[in-house]
Design a protein around this ligand. Structure first.
Ligand SMILES: [Zn+2]
Length: 413
């Protein structure tokens, strides 16, 4: 972690500033803390492989003791959370191998970490809607300036989109392994903080211009406290905005339901700045339409009753609430490839792709991607090569916009 993070980091329990305990084992230079212990008036927390762990569960306490003993490798294994000796060995070997891929390390960490479908995430319907909303909201609120927070951001798939619009970005999640993967593959320049979204966030009041949570809110029990913390994170900032993407609707069953609220229930959580709410079905239609996404539409709780998922925005920036031209995806420094949802065959100087879902469950959950992913595509190798050199040929611009061609982090699979 960059030591500048200490300026906005606060203890979740006493609210105090944190400092590196220089009398204990640490690996740090003038600008970064790699491993060590940071302390406030009430607690000590470990920094493990550049990630501060701002909670006090059993793994955190064990990792702190291991850091104090100078055993950084053991602390990393503790926080990554692999218990079997075989998986520990596999993880350590891959972690030490600069060529190891995200997919290999996820496999080594076990099947539960990312679920089965992370490979396809950059073209799945939930992602493409969230991406367009983030481009619209963060593009308007931040416009390349300010600090953004992505809470429950996992291994950073959507953080990559957010980070393009901010001067600096913090990714927070309870699962250390996801944060470790995010820093290695997805968003290396983003600060990662391991913390629990059910208790006060470990950040100073008003540290952020935009606080976001995507596809996780319905799994949090302390929803009232969470919205309070999101609001506190942007309090006093003239453009301070809270954005919650893909919150399931209690009124409509979905395969990974969580503990969602009704539209009225979500609205009720926003006490200071009222939230505007959008049904994801309408936003999805906007994205498929390919022109603009309309955050100016007014949808009542009755209108939203049939929507499986909702987007909530609380912003003092009036320009957020209007139509936003859809942006063609841009590079974050990764590799442009045909979506892994396509089975590819080489045909001379072209490659042909046929849409193939990994299984019936994927098709059930995400089959609406057929609205923008054609069944068959043909792409010239030269056009794909040129795209990876920074030039988008007109022939493939539409395929990029439709997420047939996606930009994957380097060494993703
Ligand atoms: Zn404290």
């Amino acid at each position: 972690m960059h030591i500048g993070l200490l300026d906005i980091l606060r203890c979740p329990f006493c609210g105090g500033h944190l400092e590196l305990v220089t009398s204990l084992f640490h690996r740090a230079d003038d600008a970064h803390i790699s491993d060590g212990v940071i302390a406030c008036e009430c607690c000590t927390f470990p920094v493990v492989d550049g990630i501060p762990v701002m909670h006090l569960n059993a793994a955190s306490s064990a990792a702190r003791a291991q850091i104090e003993a100078g055993n950084t490798e053991a602390a990393r294994l503790t926080m990554v959370g692999v218990s079997s000796a075989d998986r520990q060995t596999a993880f350590m070997e891959l972690a030490a191998n600069a060529d190891a891929t995200y997919t290999q390390i996820v496999d080594a960490l076990g099947p539960d970490l990312e679920g089965g479908y992370f490979l396809y995430r950059f073209s799945d319907p939930t992602f493409v809607v969230a991406e367009s909303v983030v481009n619209a909201v963060a593009g308007t609120v931040l416009g390349g300036r300010g600090r953004a927070l992505d809470v429950c951001g996992g291994s950073g798939h959507i953080t990559r989109v957010l980070a393009k619009h901010a001067e600096s970005t913090v990714l927070a999640d309870l699962f250390y392994a996801k944060l470790w993967l995010a820093r290695r593959f997805m968003v290396p320049a983003v600060a990662a903080v391991c913390c629990d979204g059910n208790v006060p966030f470990p950040f100073a009041r008003g540290a952020f211009d935009l606080a976001m949570c995507t596809d996780a809110f319905m799994y949090l029990w302390e929803k009232r406290a969470f919205v309070g913390e999101m609001t506190r994170a942007v309090a006093g900032r003239p453009r301070g905005t809270v954005l919650i993407n893909h919150a399931h609707n209690q009124l409509v069953w979905s395969p990974s339901h969580g503990q969602p609220l009704t539209p009225a229930g979500y609205r009720n959580l926003f006490e200071a700045t009222p939230a505007r709410m959008f049904g994801e079905a309408a936003l999805f239609s906007d994205v498929v339409g390919g022109v603009s996404i309309d955050l100016g539409r007014a949808q009542s709780d009755t209108d939203l009753a049939g929507d499986q998922a909702l987007t909530l925005i609380a912003s003092p920036v009036d320009a957020v609430y209007g139509p936003h031209a859809l942006a063609t995806p841009t590079s974050s420094g990764g590799d442009w490839r045909i979506s892994p949802l396509y089975e590819l065959t080489n045909d001379g100087d072209q490659v042909r792709g046929t849409l193939r879902f990994p299984d019936e469950d994927y098709e059930y959950d995400y089959g609406t991607c057929r609205a923008y992913l054609p069944n068959d595509v043909t792409v010239a190798h030269a056009d794909l090569d040129a795209l990876n050199q920074g030039t988008m040929a007109p022939a493939i611009a539409d395929l990029v916009r439709r997420h047939v061609i996606v930009e994957l982090p380097k060494r993703y699979s």
